[in-house]
Ligand binder design. Sequence first.
Ligand code: NAD
Length: 253
Amino acid sequence: MRLQNKVAIVTGGGAGMGLAVSLAYAREGAAVVVAEINRANGESAVQAIWDAGGQAIFTPTDVADSKQVAGAVDAAVDAFGGVDILYANAAVQLVGQDARAHELSEEAWDRTHRINIRGVWLCAKYVIPAMLDRGGGSIVNVASPTGLLGCAPGFTAYSSAKGAVYGLTRVMAADYARDKIRVNALIPGATETPLTRELFADDETRNGLIAATPLGRLGQAEDVVGLAVFLASDESAYCTGGFFPVDGGLTAI
Ligand SMILES: NC(=O)c1ccc[n+]([C@@H]2O[C@H](COP(=O)([O-])OP(=O)(O)OC[C@H]3O[C@@H](n4cnc5c(N)ncnc54)[C@H](O)[C@@H]3O)[C@@H](O)[C@H]2O)c1
């Protein structure tokens, strides 16, 4: 029970890695707020947590909508008395629309950036006052290898938004360290989830990613759980402003 008495908001907690992390945080004793745009998936994540004896609520949330983000934080405070952990995970990758810079539409750029970076900032903006009230907290922003390296050719909007997650993580780490709010970035590798289903259905892409990953396999949603719990918990009390890969070695080469 490494997160006992903690309250965690997990954005995009209804599917993929966010679902695995919601379940893991609850297993570790946290009360979990599943802030998710997909109602059916959000509700079923909460049901799974209840069935396993944990505590959770679902808040219908589009992270790009400030009213809904503020509502998710209010719901966490009303239901559980505060917020200690933000796992800022919700993102989209617009396969078929994201493209090389000169081929990319303004709409695809704007939609990706509204969710993948503005949404991460909005969640921090509304969560931080609750963390200040609590005397500290841990924010884990989910980044991507492609914000560090050019390893997703043709994904200009996604890569640039994820790159900005690193900058946001560092500036917030510096700004809130004395308030005992830690801010770190978790970097998943090529991981099999609903997000990548279409992309990885292409054998060339799939085999290329496996070949590029030193550990020789794609990640599974469960692979991020250990690091996600560590960064949320007091075990990482001296970690802030860090970028932590859980990527099978993808960014080591
Ligand atoms: N899967 C990978 O290979 C991979 C690699 C690197 C980084 N990532 C990052 O990891 C994170 C999780 O990815 P995943 O693969 O589990 O994705 P996923 O698509 O499987 O799950 C994302 C979840 O976020 C929700 N969501 C989407 N838009 C939202 C919004 N506007 N507001 C609230 N919720 C929203 C979706 O409904 C879904 O439940 C993302 O930040 C992604 O960019 C994924």
